[in-house]
Design a protein around this ligand. Structure first.
Ligand code: 13P
Ligand code: SF4
Length: 331
């Protein structure tokens, strides 16, 4: 039954997803594939999604790859299995498409750590500075930026800015510190961080590495400096994937969201991947609770009812698009 869109919006609960029962006994995966086909919807998924969602994706990748893929989508509908800022980015760069995501509340601690009003006051203290923002931020913060970057291309983006110019980098202070070391640029940092990557325990990683002396330790640059200092390789999720494929080691200790292990095991079934330990042994802190808000049930419902939808004003899209386009042009 096709419901009118105002009825569907009423069914969106305060927590940002459709509070409806999935019909009992249906083949969820088969139904999602059918809906995707019938509605000509393209499913973009991040490596941090649950394995079963990754398996359904038309495009699976890191933030940069998914932004590039979103730009090229010709179909009318993009279903984004990732977090809100990723779906928002897809809408900004391909605004004529309907962009839906399974749960509107799939946020990001980094994006939340940078409220646009406070950020505006912060950047106003440094007139003339280039504002480089990590893609993990809201559309409003992107609209205040000179250029956006992801963990895949951040060094290239910073290197594209004239050496004598001042740079503000936001919102991730850990990535910012890493980039200061990598590029030799003295940047002004916003004080934000990722709750998942800050949860890794330096002491427990050192102990684990001693138990696996031949293992390589690899980390995402959102991790804290102390952790990055002992890493054999630092890179974005796709960088980490490439590394484990090319490196001859048999065992890898991986400091990023645990969802990436699914694709690592698929590409290298003969290798062993150990999630880096976190401070609190009792919590699944290496899983991003925001990413994991998306479930197969919510994916099915969002495809069926084409909701929740990312809606942005034309003026915000226009302002936020410029810094993203600058990044995409750099490649
Ligand atoms: P990537 O750029 O590696 O996809 O990182 C996204 C992210 O959210 C890391 O926490
Ligand atoms: Fe945001 Fe961290 Fe989750 Fe990535 S892993 S989406 S940076 S909270």
């Amino acid at each position: 039954m096709k419901l009118p869109s105002n009825e569907v919006k009423k069914m969106l609960n305060q927590r940002g997803f459709l509070d409806l029962e999935v019909p009992k006994g249906i083949d969820l995966i088969g139904e999602i594939k059918r809906l995707k086909r019938e509605k000509k919807a393209v499913l973009l998924a991040h490596y941090y999604q649950d394995a079963e969602i990754q398996e359904l994706a038309d495009y699976l990748g890191d933030s940069l790859y998914l932004a590039q893929a979103a730009e090229k989508v010709e179909a009318d509908m993009i279903v984004f299995a990732g977090v809100h800022f990723m779906a928002e980015t897809a809408k900004i760069i391909n605004p004529t498409k309907k962009v839906i995501l399974p749960d509107l509340n799939a946020g990001c601690s980094l994006a939340d750590s940078c409220p646009p009003e406070e950020f505006k006051k912060f950047i106003d203290q440094y007139p003339g500075a280039h504002v480089v923002t990590y893609i993990n931020c809201s559309a409003e913060v992107k609209a205040l930026s000179t250029i956006v970057c992801t963990s895949s291309n951040a060094v290239r983006v910073i290197d594209s800015i004239p050496e004598e110019d001042t740079i503000i980098f936001a919102p991730d202070k850990n990535l910012g510190r890493y980039l200061i070391k990598e590029t030799g640029r003295d940047m002004i940092l916003w004080d934000g961080s990722c709750i998942v990557h800050e949860a890794f325990s330096f002491e427990r990683i050192v102990t684990l590495a001693k138990e696996h002396p031949k293992a390589k330790f690899i980390a995402h640059p959102e991790s804290e400096s102390q952790v990055l200092e002992i890493a054999d390789y630092i890179g974005s999720t796709s960088g980490l994937l490439n590394y484990v494929q090319k490196n001859t080691a048999e065992t890898f200790i991986v400091a990023t969201e645990a969802g990436i292990l699914h694709e690592m095991k698929k590409r290298c079934p003969e290798k062993i991947f150990i999630p880096a330990p976190v401070e609190d042994e009792t919590c699944a802190c290496s899983e991003c609770a925001f990413m994991k808000l998306n479930t197969l049930e919510k994916l099915y419902l969002c495809l069926e009812y084409e909701n929740p939808e990312v809606v942005l004003s034309d003026s915000l899209i226009e302002k936020a698009k410029k810094p993203i386009t600058r990044m995409l042009k750099l490649g």
